[in-house]
Design a protein around this ligand. Structure first.
Ligand code: PLP
Length: 496
């Protein structure tokens, strides 16, 4: 239990392993009884604070573990002292009562990081969520008529206004939007997709599998690198229900390539009375190039090109909550909205409130880069990022010396979440390298692990035998530097 503190920074002696006999073993009968433990003043205080049940449950489990270890002869006598057990109980209780979801510092260089929660919510969106969740609201209640309403109607007008669509509906996420679109428009029939667009988004979202789940039959046309209008034309039969474009968001086919653009595809489809659907993925509602960012197709462009249904995510470039947005021609959106599966994929009131408030920010485009945290981070001036890196450097170097050396470096970040895969965001940050090159791999892993164990875990990335901390998403240097004192005496589970 009680292990010697081990510092990532300075290294230390290995702790006594819990699997080998202890030189000074504890006797099981020396463990206190549960009720005696609960009466200790420090434990009684825990009971007052948290209630009897959780403290007693945790203490019972702890005593059972200690008893098993004592019987196995692997527990030290010092671990069964009442104060030691009370201390262990306190720690365990704190860990048990702490939320598993916690804020982290994203220093990976990837701004919209799927594993770190994607887009950050705007304060305005958060405020609307809070205001709406604290009491009842008109989620599905038409205040004009006093009768049942449709939750979609809360955001449909805004979505149509922003994208130029005739109609819009929203679901849980874009994966659900694609699934629902395929099921509603093409179940039991064929969907034609280019072989160059059969993407896997990650997390088991593969276009061919989604197609199958939706009950539609995939007809692949063209080749991985080249697909021509004639490929689509030849594949169309009386079984065809839909032509589909998928934005190849997380990879790029480069070199000898050719794809059929939306306008051409819409021409081919409409000449035969068929619709075109586009899975846009990231779904920027504004021209990213106007913000100095790589260009990204917008839903409004897709609709203008003739696409009948366009779907995209709420928590990628849009900068809102997890959501799947479907915009397009009324005839098709109505079919999608009325399809029974919609009920299983519908948005909950919580992200719906966040989505409405996020979309409202787009009504004031001049303020967008400040109001939307994701856009603010994506457009953060390089000089600003460099200034933060320079601020962090001295305290970080001091905290990690002498085992690690820290340098200021230019870095290449990413937008993330599958958007614009080949484009890089010029950024700046810190590179940390072990001074003893021999065991650098383990030393880097130990440091990365120690940073992840800080109260606000710090997530960097390891590349070229260095731990890189990209400062683009660190707007407040103190959020990192305030924690550095905790690094030195930190206990590590892995030995350096
Ligand atoms: C991200 C993405 C999806 C999945 O969207 P979620 O909102 O994560 O469900 C689907 N298709 C494309 C092209 C994507 O980029």
């Amino acid at each position: 239990m009680a292990r010697p503190p081990e510092s990532v920074v300075h290294g230390s002696q290995a702790p006594h392993p819990a699997s080998t006999p202890h030189p000074n073993p504890a006797q099981p009968q020396h463990l206190p009884a549960l009720d005696k433990l609960l009466r200790l003043p420090v434990v009684a205080a825990l009971v007052t604070e948290h209630g009897h049940s959780v403290v007693a449950d945790t203490a019972r489990a702890l005593l059972a573990e200690l008893r098993a270890q004592a019987l196995a002869g692997v527990l030290g006598a010092d671990a069964v002292v009442q104060e030691a057990i009370a201390g262990a109980l306190q720690q365990r209780l704190a860990a048990r009562l702490a939320p598993r979801m916690k804020p982290v510092l994203n220093l990976t260089g990837t701004v919209i990081h799927t594993n770190l929660g994607r887009a950050l919510l705007a304060p305005a969106a958060l405020a609307h969520v809070q205001a709406m969740m604290l009491g009842p609201n008109n989620l599905e209640y038409d205040l004009a008529t006093g009768s049942r309403g449709d939750r979609d109607s809360l955001v449909e007008g805004l979505l149509c206004e922003l994208t130029g669509a005739e109609a819009a509906t929203v679901v849980n996420n874009n994966a659900a939007a694609v699934l629902l679109t395929l099921a509603a428009l093409a179940r039991g029939r064929e969907v034609i997709v280019s072989r160059g667009e059969l993407v896997e988004i990650g997390g088991a979202f593969r276009m061919p599998d989604v197609m199958e789940s939706a009950g539609a039959r995939l007809v692949e046309v063209g080749t991985t690198n080249r697909t021509h209008p004639g490929d689509y034309e030849r594949a169309i039969t009386e079984r065809t229900a839909l032509l589909m474009k998928v934005h190849t968001s997380n990879y790029a086919v480069q070199g000898f390539t050719s794809a059929v653009d939306e306008a051409t595809l819409a021409g081919i489809a409409h000449a035969r009375g068929l619709p075109v659907a586009t899975d846009l993925g990231a779904g920027a509602l504004i021209d990213m190039a106007a913000y100095g960012l790589p260009r990204e197709p917008t839903p409004q462009e897709m609709l203008r090109a003739g696409c009948d249904v366009v779907s995209f995510s709420g928590d990628k470039l849009l900068g809102g909550p997890q959501a799947g947005l479907i915009v397009g021609r009324k005839e098709y959106v109505d079919r999608i909205r009325k399809f029974p599966m919609k009920r299983a994929l519908r948005m909950s009131k919580l992200p719906l409130a966040a989505l409405e408030a996020t979309l409202m920010l787009y009504q004031q485009p001049e303020h967008l880069a400040q109001a939307l945290p994701t856009l603010r981070l994506l457009t953060r001036p390089l000089a600003d990022i460099q200034a933060t890196a320079r601020q962090v450097l001295p305290p970080l170097a001091a905290a990690l010396a002498p085992r690690y050396a820290v340098t200021l470096v230019a870095l290449q970040g990413q937008i993330g979440s599958g958007s614009l895969p080949v484009e890089r965001l010029p950024s700046a940050g810190l590179a940390i390298a072990p001074t003893d090159a021999k065991r650098s791999g383990r030393a880097l892993d130990a440091l990365a692990a120690a940073l992840r164990r800080l109260p606000v875990p710090v997530i960097g990335r390891i590349a070229d035998d260095r731990l890189l901390l990209d400062c683009r998403c660190l707007e407040d240097a103190a959020a990192l530097t305030h924690q550095l004192a905790l690094l030195a005496p930190m206990k590590t589970s892995s030995q350096p």
